[in-house]
Design a protein around this ligand. Sequence first.
Ligand code: FAD
Length: 412
Amino acid sequence: MSHGVVVVGAGQAGFQVAASLREAGWQAPITLIGEEDALPYQRPPLSKAYLAGKTDRDGLWLRPPAYLEEHRIALRRGVRAVAIDRTERRVHLTDGGVCAYDHLVLATGSRNRALPVPGADLSRVHQLRSLDDADALRAGLDGVRAIVVVGAGFIGLEFAAVAAERGHAVTVVEAANRMMARAVSSETAAWFAEAHARAGIEVRCGANVTAIEGVDGRAKAVLLADGTRIPADLVVIGIGVLANDALAKQAGLRASDGIEVDAFLNTDDPAISAIGDCARFPTRFARGLNADDRIRIESVQNAIDQARCLAARLTGRRAAFDAVPWFWSDQGRNKLQIAGLSKPDDESIARGDAAASTVLRFRQGTLCAVETINRPGDHMAARKVLAADIGPTPEEARTENFDFREFARKAP
Ligand code: FAD
């Protein structure tokens, strides 16, 4: 009897692999195990349109509610996978259930890093990862004046922009010396620093939070290492995420800040694959980024692309995962898009003004990433150029009349 595919994690990647398997004609059973109670949903609107009240729950579902039944995808929601028996090929669940598999997909995503300071557990201190978190935050915003956001990464800044638009007084505190320090060039960070300042958001970099002060169990102020006290009626913590790889580790699979997979997204057990935020994979786009040219990427597109690649393999079209990594972040009215991967010391060649900007990033003379703000045409060109690995050189990019879209159009 075929047990089919069992997927742990019913988020972006887990749902997509199930949908792509059916699209590819997979006939055997598919079981999705998701610890959240909600139907599979998109997370990006949680820090943008959903938080701003511009879309409701129905606008978040990855497919209409009837889709799962119509496509014979069994969703077990509100239950957590707690152990994998690799010998018997079974997954054990919190409700005592057991799911047998022929192939197991780990799509367990990531979780927010906790802020290890006194007061982080007070009420009115929020995180933003799940639909429940977003609902709690949305409700918590009513009647609030001063907000402090800890962490100037994508999610913190997206939330700050929405809150400022709603009329809250927002201060963002960041330990690094600039915003989005790990993800973008100093040129792109500086562009957004000005945009956020124009929107009335105060961003303090080089600021280490030592405690959150409370009154009657509620957050009242954020304390910094230099003694500054910033009043806050509500605090949002967005200081990055950690891979959910404990289940894999406990099952003896190789994992270290992410479940290690090969170029085909297989773990060291041929019956188990891992995709999405939780997977650490080799890619030519990570060359020179770190010692082993492997990376873990937290983005919707990566989750979708890996799910499709895996579904293709399971249905007989085996190919290595080779998609260009790309990301977006909407901060207020400004759209940041990034194609490729960069690190802080990669060279930058920037062109832009107060309305839009493009920054080309080079590692050892080779184009490795392109950051665009409000320039979707350059972003699309970047994806094409990076996929084909066709330059330009830094010298070409520096010439006065260099036009990136034109370069991509003429490229072979
Ligand atoms: P997830 O979507 O997180 O799904 C993993 C699921 O697995 C979760 O539901 C989790 O509860 C479940 N799970 C974990 N362990 C178990 C277990 N043992 N048993 C059962 N279930 C389990 N990306 C972008 O590209 N652009 C954006 O603008 C953007 N905005 C974002 C805004 C917010 C607020 C957040 C939180 C994320 C955003 N992201 C964005 C990131 C993007 O949403 C993630 O990269 C993407 O969801 C990853 O998909 P995934 O399936 O790997 O993980």
